[in-house]
Design a protein around this ligand. Structure first.
Ligand SMILES: [Fe+2]
Length: 157
């Protein structure tokens, strides 16, 4: 499945929720950009972009069931749902993407550049949406590209 095909499928799944669609596109754009600037290999870049597109796949479901977004449930339900959504991918890719979707709010034990960059891209978008200042997320950023982009996007004080 190409990234563009995945993107179209995810936009359709968002069912007209502009907030969800715009958040997803923003996280994907930052993840894709940081991944390329950090010179990820092609396979890791693909997994990162796939995880960025699908990272909040469980959000509408969790909102309907529980009336709010519960981070832990979002991770566990998302890891299950993404396997179905991307079922045509090879198992090794699916396993890593499901792991990333299942841990994208978990900040201890980040075990790879794909994981770190997904967290950074989601943090930058969340900070934009919630009006956070740079210093609130800066300590969590590890990549040079992520630090540069966050510094350019978010107010310092
Ligand atoms: Fe998100």
């Amino acid at each position: 499945m190409t990234i563009a095909e995945m993107m179209e499928k995810m936009i359709v799944l968002c069912d007209g929720s502009l907030h969800d669609i715009n958040h997803m596109i923003g996280v994907w754009t930052y993840a894709r950009t940081i991944g390329q600037l950090e010179k990820l290999d092609q396979e890791t870049q693909y997994i990162l972009e796939a995880a960025a597109i699908t990272h909040d796949i469980a959000c509408p479901f969790i909102r309907d069931e529980f009336g709010h977004t519960n981070h832990k449930r979002q991770e566990t339900e998302g890891a299950v749902m993404v396997r179905d959504f991307l079922a045509s991918l090879p198992e090794d890719q699916l396993e890593r993407i499901a792991y990333l979707v299942g841990h994208h709010h978990t900040l201890n034990n980040i075990d790879g550049a794909d994981y770190q960059i997904l967290v950074e891209a989601d943090l930058i978008m969340n900070a934009c949406e919630k009006g956070w200042k740079l210093d609130r997320i800066f300590p969590i950023l590890c990549t040079d590209a992520g630090k540069r982009i966050a510094s350019a996007v978010l107010p310092a004080d």
